[in-house]
Design a binder for this molecule. Sequence first.
Ligand SMILES: [Zn+2]
Length: 107
Amino acid sequence: MDPGFVHDVVAFVTGALRFPDRRWWSRQLRCSACGERLTMPSRRTERSVTVTLPDVPVFTVTIELEATRCPGCGLDNVHGRRSGHVADAVVQALESGPMGPATSQSA
Ligand SMILES: [Zn+2]
């Protein structure tokens, strides 16, 4: 697979997800939307992101990630931006899933 393409997809998906805020002085994670402390346990969750890149047919990647639901607003805050889990999950999805417009067949 074209590494430039993979990089673009990872960047797109990373931009589409909501990650918790972590203050440098605190280990406490906070909701990226409302700032509430994320006190609930994290869980595995599936996220589908529709990728729209120039010169590529629109397609959807479904990735499995850890996320913590915000007790304040209910937003799923996804983990793994810095640790590379998001990139790993995207690469996995690209390698296993059908690409391009063919994804519509699985619906
Ligand atoms: Zn929130």
